[in-house]
Design a protein around this ligand. Structure first.
Ligand code: ADP
Ligand code: ZN
Ligand code: ZN
Length: 821
């Protein structure tokens, strides 16, 4: 009987596909293995097998799979179950989930661009086809698989590409150039083991004419500590030897050819840094100990617990003890989630000190090859017991997950915005944990309203930690009315007199300052003084941000850059004014006021690479910087010792954001930034500048009164039908033509209302109604907690099918944002 497999392909298409197995491949295909499948007329993809069966599909002729890539599954049954839950809950396809879940190196396709690895040295001889491909790539170092295929003239070369990737002879091309650490290292030794001092002298003589070779040999003797007697030599890497001797590979190879040197390869295991000295965890203080025991107690009854602890109360120390506890019996695993930006060397080092090589770190800014290696290691017999990682680490294979920690659980960056799957890592982690029977600890100083609601209503456990470690006091917050000061013409640009005075005094005392402004670039907008013209993006419905350093206007939605006009295209006026203050402008202005201070800026523009980001933090930690200016990046869980003043330059930009969560978010941001101030024995000072000093939320920040903020917000959410009382699904429609979009949106809304009634709001134009040349319309579906989400989802998808089958709406894009942030 013919065998078939159902597979997921890495494409946003709805269903799984069935392929047939040619007889030669019938054995050895298992669920969870990758296979290469032809798709369309010329393309090949790496697909994942979800089922092996004998049922021929009806209605279409199956194609054969080309090749089986794995001898054992790379996707565990629990992971597949998790993928299925994600795709159902977040209304996306399994292909979307597959794309997000696996590192690029594991899901090759015809479009994948591969890059030649200059540092590659073959340890074992390559096969003919591998060598051929590598030669082609070394001539033209960056090519896509299709192009290589055409040159080689073989139908499907994905398996060869995969083998070269496994050997790290090539890489998958990534957007950013990252620091690649090789997995093996070429080292040098003397070919003759029995060489004695006299023999070495003879060699020196022999080489007396080849000066460069002689120098290289002498350098080797020096570096290895060779004396001719039988003792331990230091290992010498080829790279180091060549560098220190200032020699080339050609000189080196000369010595190899003469039978003097010998090269050998040593596994250095960039992941398995064995032999890290670990130390015991810190002893918890009484408050932390109480919190720890209460969490353990709570886990006896509930699966999820919230640890609500003020900044610097030692939450991380409590997590470390919980992890130790969870691993005590052996064989278990812990996942520790952090928002991308909060995953710094600081936290990695803290955990490494305790868990050593049992800890694996998974970061989206790590090279793809390293992420593939971590995935493979988690499938091996010796997986990491602790994974510290960002959002996407929920996709790693876990064998026996015991505990998940979601640190900074309120962070909205846990939600993936684009592309699908638009999942929330906190909610998804809770689901993942329940599949394994694992416990979840959510930790934060400023809980999200939803989480706090669940914790105070008994769904989750609640444990509080109200004092800072070593009783460092929470900062004092002063508010400044910048509306009034502007009227009195007493503002110095974005700085109030009080802020300038306090910064000056802090600098005099050799203390550090953080200035927070939630806008990057120089000026959020430029405007013609004469006619009020404002430059906008041609693809999106937003005004452009002026970047002085780049001297260009940039769209923060699509990334498009424009030249700065010399005059107004509307009226010809030449007076184009900067409106508002971005971090770049604040940096310029502060340097004018404090020319002697060392100033750094931390925002998306200055931290494109991971190393740039870490350098800014390290410089600040080591006191090389006096004033750090930044966007919300500066608020994220960084632990600085010498910051005495924090300035919040303009609270209103956060408060005026049109979203039901804007007050909650503004509170969280301000409380988190404020938490950076304060040192041992000295209370920190926060200067909060605002045009709306009477708003309750400002007072709540000043009094550190989270409860009041929560009650206010909860009342509003109930009144206006928002989470946690209602679940939200945003339905987005996109089309190039606004007329078609309007028709489609109206038709869809009408259909939706037939089944869902007044749960459907809109269609409306969102605040930004065009992005990347596509017009956008949005509908909001609000579902009461008691209604069946499954039914709502089915209904949405049924209506979508009707709409996209309509000839008029053929190129309409429909997608959903479930539990939008
Ligand atoms: P949080 O995660 O709540 O912001 P941290 O765990 O980062 O707090 O603690 C703040 C600082 O206090 C850190 O430098 C940490 O090392 C130190 N600290 C907290 N608790 C202890 C403890 N029990 N023993 C030693 N140091 C501690
Ligand atoms: Zn004008
Ligand atoms: Zn744009």
């Amino acid at each position: 009987m013919k065998k078939y497999v159902d597979v997921i392909v890495p494409l946003p298409i709805a269903s799984q596909y069935t392929y047939s197995l040619p007889p030669a491949l019938e054995e050895g295909v298992q669920e969870g293995c990758r296979v290469v499948v032809p798709f369309g007329s010329k393309k090949f993809y790496t697909a994942i097998v979800t089922r092996v069966h004998y049922a021929a599909p009806e209605g279409y002729e199956t194609k054969d799979i080309e090749e089986v890539l794995d001898s054992s599954p790379v996707l565990l049954p629990k992971q597949l179950e998790f993928w299925e839950w994600l795709s159902t809950y977040y209304l996306c396809t399994l292909g979307d989930v597959y794309k997000a879940a696996m590192p690029s190196g594991m899901k090759l396709e015809s479009e994948t661009v591969v890059v030649y690895n200059d540092e590659f040295e073959a340890i074992h001889p390559l096969s003919d086809s591998e060598q051929r491909l590598l030669d082609l790539l070394s001539a033209d170092k960056e090519q896509c698989v299709t192009q290589l295929q055409r040159t080689v003239g073989v139908k499907n070369i994905l398996p060869v590409v995969k083998r070269l990737l496994d050997k790290e002879a090539i890489f998958v091309k990534e957007d950013l150039k990252r620091n690649y650490k090789p997995r093996t290292e070429a080292r040098v030794r003397l070919a003759r083991k029995d060489l004695d001092e006299a023999g070495m002298m003879a060699l020196f003589n022999e080489l007396s004419r080849a000066k460069k070779q002689l120098a290289l040999l002498m350098k080797y003797v020096e570096l290895s500590g060779w004396t001719g007697r039988d003792e331990h030599l230091k290992e010498v890497t080829k790279k180091e030897l060549l560098e220190k001797a200032g020699a080339t590979s050609t000189i080196f190879n000369g010595l190899v050819d003469k039978g003097i040197f010998e090269v050998y390869h040593q596994e250095i295991g960039r992941l398995l840094r064995s032999g890290i000295a670990t130390s015991a965890c810190h002893t918890l203080n009484p408050a932390q100990q109480t919190a720890f025991s209460s969490i353990i107690d709570s886990f006896r009854q509930k699966n999820v617990c919230l640890l609500h602890g003020v900044t610097s109360s030692g939450k991380t120390e409590v997590y470390i003890h919980l992890i130790t506890e969870a691993l005590k019996q052996g064989g278990g695993q812990v996942l520790y989630l952090l928002p991308e930006i909060a995953l710094t060397t600081q936290i990695t080092e803290r955990l490494k000190r305790v868990f050593g090589h049992r800890l694996g770190v998974y970061h989206s800014k790590f090279p793809d090859a390293e992420r593939v290696e971590i995935w493979q290691k988690q499938l091996s017999d010796e997986p990491y017991e602790v994974i510290l990682g960002v959002r996407s680490s929920i996709f790693l294979p876990f064998k026996n997950l015991k505990l998940v920690i979601v640190d900074e659980e309120h962070e909205n960056t846990y939600k993936q915005q684009d592309p699908a799957p638009r999942y929330h890592a906190r909610s998804s982690a809770i689901m993942l944990a329940s599949m394994y029977g694992a416990k979840v600890l959510l930790g934060t100083a400023t809980p999200s309203v939803e989480t706090y609601y669940n914790a105070t209503n008994g769904k989750y456990g609640l444990v509080e930690l109200k004092e800072r470690y070593q009783d460092i006091r929470l900062p004092h917050i002063e508010q400044v009315d910048i509306k009034e000061l502007t009227r009195q013409k007493r503002m110095k640009g974005p700085f109030s007199p009080m802020l300038v005075k306090e910064v000056r005094e802090a600098l005099d005392r050799k203390e550090q300052v953080i200035l927070f402004q939630n806008r990057r670039g120089f000026a959020p907008m430029i405007e013609c003084h004469t006619c009020g013209w404002v430059p906008k993006c041609k693809n999106c419905d937003v005004s452009l941000t002026y970047h002085k350093g780049l001297n260009q206007l940039t769209c923060h939605y699509c990334g498009c850059a424009y030249q700065v006009p010399r005059s107004c295209p509307a009226c010809g006026g030449v007076e184009l004014q900067h409106k508002g203050f971005g971090t770049e402008r604040i940096e310029d202005d502060i340097k004018l006021i404090f020319p002697e201070a060392k100033v750094a800026r931390m925002d998306l523009d200055t931290t494109r690479t991971r190393s740039a980001y870490e350098k800014i933090i390290a410089d600040f930690e080591q006191g090389k910087t006096d004033i750090l200016i930044g966007t919300q990046m500066v608020s994220k869980g960084l632990d600085f010792q010498h910051v005495s003043v924090v300035g919040i330059l303009n609270a209103d930009t956060m408060l005026n954001y049109p979203d039901f969560r804007s007050y909650e978010r503004a509170y969280q941001l301000m409380a988190q930034v404020a938490g950076r101030a304060g040192r041992k024995n000295k209370q920190g000072l926060v200067i909060l500048q605002t045009k709306s000093p009477d708003l309750p939320v400002i007072h709540q920040v000043m009094r550190n009164d989270y409860e009041q903020l929560y009650f206010d917000q909860l009342a509003e959410r109930q009144l206006f039908r928002y989470p946690p009382f209602y679940r939200l699904i945003y339905v987005y429609l996109k089309h190039r033509k606004p007329e078609v979009l309007d028709q489609a949106a109206d038709a869809m809304a009408q259909h939706l209302r037939t089944g869902l009634g007044d749960r459907v709001l809109g269609p409306d134009k969102p605040p930004i109604a065009r992005i990347q040349t596509l017009f956008i319309k949005k509908m909001v579906v609000k579902v009461e907690q008691s209604a069946s989400m499954a039914k709502v989802r089915d209904y949405l998808l049924a209506v979508q099918r009707v709409i996209v089958e309509d000839e008029r709406f053929r190129s309409l894009i429909v997608y959903y944002d479930v539990d939008p942030q």
